[in-house]
Design a protein around this ligand. Structure first.
Ligand SMILES: NC(=O)c1ccc[n+]([C@@H]2O[C@H](COP(=O)([O-])OP(=O)(O)OC[C@H]3O[C@@H](n4cnc5c(N)ncnc54)[C@H](OP(=O)(O)O)[C@@H]3O)[C@@H](O)[C@H]2O)c1
Length: 332
């Protein structure tokens, strides 16, 4: 089979021929139709991810067709169009994952290949309203957005939510989920054009985080927020505390801009804020996310589709940060 190989830290992603995997007991073999990129893949290429097991076939997101099943797996899966839950070994505590927790695409071979072997319990039927490319755009970003916003921050219809960095994969799905849930959605972005695109998806308004005093201006425009969902951290996070309504919740799933600035503790305790760290999601979060997507007919935004052999170019495109929506790789 054709697969994209990352030999070591700072190596380019290259196309290789590799033997097709064989599903073991409890596993299924999926012919990958489409895969999607996450910032995780770029961090891994630079050796900036906590797992460092090279060489590797990356790719945490995939949608395709089941072609074989291992012992103990219901054979009716064969021929089914599926989406893959990338999480395994979360453990027994729904509040936090275990040390054994793994994300598809390092250490296990991922979806940047014509075939991927996964646990059959991680197969989900592809929603009919989604193409393979749209379905591949969903798993990692979708479960991260869903857990941070609903499981952790408990977003309710009618609440006002701020999603930072709306152009990001996780952020954009958070915008779409919040709109679908009936919340009033505001965004920040480094691009006015991306703010307009978020408004076209149902956001009420937004502000460019490159502008000085964006926090103060947003407060005037929108008022305070019941929930904020953030993947950027850095100095901007201080503004999220200032912008929070009493009883507000802030969900943080990433740290793109680094260490958090100086927060006034009184603003946290006096407003009785809850700050929730959130990473990926349990298999139950994933199941609930798929149910939500099906019920609300959410369609993930795909920015661009690259052929498998151009995965390296796709990574550089992601790094440039011009995308609005997910970057997808068409596999077979
Ligand atoms: N914990 C988890 O489970 C989990 C899962 C997925 C991702 N992450 C992390 O979350 C972050 C985003 O991941 P992704 O895959 O969604 O990345 P991505 O699609 O490449 O998006 C990058 C994001 O950074 C935003 N950004 C850059 N500078 C910013 C600033 N100063 N203030 C606010 N936003 C800023 C961009 O917003 P604009 O383009 O709108 O300017 C965009 O949302 C990464 O740090 C990633 O490692 C964590």
């Amino acid at each position: 089979m054709r697969a994209i190989y990352l030999e070591n830290i700072n190596s380019p992603f290259v196309l290789i021929e590799k033997e097709k995997p064989t599903p073991g007991p409890g596993e299924a073999l999926v012919q990958v139709k489409a895969a999607a990129l996450n910032h995780r893949d770029v961090w891994i290429q630079y050796g900036r991810y906590f797992t460092k097991e090279y060489p590797a076939i990356l790719g945490s997101d995939g949608a395709g067709v089941v072609t074989e099943v291992g012992e103990g797996v219901d054979a009716s899966w064969i021929g089914q169009e599926v989406v893959l839950d990338p999480s395994t070994d979360w453990g027994d505590n729904p509040r936090a994952h275990s040390k054994e927790y793994k994300v598809l695409g390092m250490p296990q071979d991922g979806t940047f290949a014509e075939y991927v072997k996964v646990l059959a319990s991680n197969l989900h039927r592809k929603p009919e309203h989604l193409s393979f490319e749209e379905a591949a755009a969903l798993p990692l970003a979708g479960v991260t957005a869903f857990r941070a916003m609903f499981t952790k921050c408990g977003l309710q219809a009618g609440e006002r939510v701020l999603v930072t960095g709306a152009g990001g994969g996780v952020a954009l799905l958070a915008v779409q989920f919040a709109v679908a849930a009936g919340a009033e959605v505001w965004v920040t972005s480094g691009s006015d054009e991306k703010i307009e695109k978020a408004k076209a998806l149902g956001a009420t308004g937004g502000i460019n985080y490159k502008q000085e005093n964006w926090g103060k201006e947003l407060k005037v425009k929108a008022g305070g927020f019941d929930v904020s969902i953030d993947g950027a951290a850095g100095e901007g996070f201080v503004q999220l505390v200032k912008l929070a309504n009493p009883g507000g919740r802030i969900g943080i799933y990433g740290g793109t801009t680094g260490m958090i600035g100086q927060i006034n503790p009184a603003e946290v305790f006096w407003k009785q804020l809850a700050i929730h760290g959130s990473t990926m999601g349990t298999n139950e979060d994933f199941r609930l996310m798929m149910e939500f997507v099906r019920e609300k007919q959410v369609k993930p935004v795909v920015d661009i589709v690259f052929p498998l052999e151009e995965t390296e170019q796709a990574m550089r495109y992601m790094e440039a940060g011009k995308q609005f929506g997910k970057i997808v790789v068409k596999v077979s």
